[in-house]
Design a protein around this ligand. Sequence first.
Ligand code: ADP
Ligand code: MG
Length: 619
Amino acid sequence: MSVFQIDFGDTPDTPPRVVGIDLGTTNSLVAFLDLTGPQVIPGSNGSPIVPSVVHFPPTGDPVVGAEAQEALLIDPVNTVYSAKRLMGRGAADVAGELALLPFKMAEGSESVIRLSVGGRQLTPPEISAYVLRQLKQNAEAFLNETITQAVITVPAYFNDAQRQATKDAGRIAGLEVLRLVSEPTAAALAYGLDKRRNGTIAVYDFGGGTFDISILKLEEGLFEVLATNGDTHLGGDDIDDLLLRIALEDVATEWGRDLSADHEAVQRLRRAVINAKHELSTLPAATISLDYQGLEYRRSLPREVFEKLITPTIDRTLVPCRACMADAAVTPEQIDEVVLVGGSTRIPLVRQAVRALFKSEPHTELNPDEVVALGAAIQAGILSGEVEDQLLLDVTPLSLGLETMGGVVTKLILRNSTIPASATEQFTTAVDGQRNVLIHVLQGEREMVRDCRSLARFDLKDIDPVMAGMARIEVRFLIDANGILNVSAKDLRTGKEQSVEIKPSYGLTDEQVEAMILESFDKAEADFNERQVREARVEADRILAAVDKAKQSDAWFDLPVEEQASVDRAINELHLSYHGDDHVLIQSKMEALDLASRGLAENMMNSAVRNVLKGTKIE
Ligand code: ADP
Ligand code: MG
């Protein structure tokens, strides 16, 4: 197990500065580490928070942040927000989300999404790059030096494609992304929880667009991530959508006008409900107000009503929390500290729900909007400070494996394995003289190939064409610190090697990951049985083929007739059991055949020995 310790000892001379960036769905921030600790960097308006919004005017340069947010009111079709929801995902995956967003997808974008904004076509990483460029500029102006390297945070649940897209965004913005760190991991760093020495910590991150829960173990000042869970489609946005829907209906009743197709009105009303939501975090009531085309709307929203409305949304965060505790095998009583991260954790009812679930008072000392950026800055400082062993451990959200005979999946890296991770296993061929082997990489918890998600497939070609079972193919899975998977296969007889880096073009939503895990629990018993049946059949095929081959040889004809008859009977019985779903029966019929064909095997062996003695080469 690799471990991690922070050392704030001496700062080395002046290595190039690395900044830490929280590239959020709603808001982004940049921070840096100096001798006094991590600090967020303010922009020209004095606030460190840069809304992750980019406006592409028909002419002139794109505008980023608070200014772009203004453009949501006047030019919503050319103003992109929540681009993080689209990062590394395919069009089919996000069709539902795009339907809710005012901007349009370009014609013909399928596997790679392109948005049509301001007369151009841009991918989500290109859009996020504008936000990153703004943060880079803010840092350069504040620190008065050129910044070319960064650490960027991603939700713990981001898959390969989403992580890759985030790295791409950095590259496009002129930043070398030294490392991607998961957001809850960064939060743990910001709170300096290593000083506590020992304990179990839950990080609850409820932001604008994503929800993450992580459980960390701290042992002698060293962290390990025990488990993560979450929902990449759950956040303050959902509360805003809910309030907006209600307000739209309310306005329609009052004004007798349906505004839902009027982008400007909808954005204004959205702004109004968000303001009210923020006020309700500190006040007992707030007013939703809209002045539009000479009309006036005012509705007072008491906190009590607000809390009733959002209870189902908040309850949705508790499901992954419980799953995460189950994965980490800890009870709420065993969790010593809870850290709150993300703007939505300012809502008192959220704090109350977290307190009730974990049965302890959560940490709120740091500004929840800044926690992740501060942690990213600490990680960045460590990287530029040449500390050797540095990263908090992340975990894989789903198991990774290979297709093997019988359509079953052999898992190499299990779900919730800490990364970086690697696994090496040897495989062999099923057919004599086989020249190619298919390497089919799968992700998921189920036992059968058809129930898992195919990530990649490639052929290892021109392997040594030896007898079935003689080939030695070594397959290695390597997940790097950024969660990107590299699969290589090598024929150990010839040294021939082939590999793929996996950047699937379609991401998995959190719901899909959750569903895959739940399904695997449900189907565990049936799957296990099916797997055993399939494996028994593969074994039966092998035995039947071997006996069949032996029957073509002299050894068979040297066998007494009664023995031939009992071998044939055993073959028949094995055939009969083969298509049933009783693996115990198949197993016993294989044993029976094995027993019946002892004499045949002996004869084969003897003739093999004779052949060797005659100098005949056998394999
Ligand atoms: P993300 O990490 O997803 O970019 P943040 O952590 O910046 O998000 O949180 C943004 C969310 O927090 C938004 O939905 C915003 O409305 C919400 N938020 C910010 N301040 C408050 C507040 N005072 N009360 C309630 N929600 C808040
Ligand atoms: Mg966040």
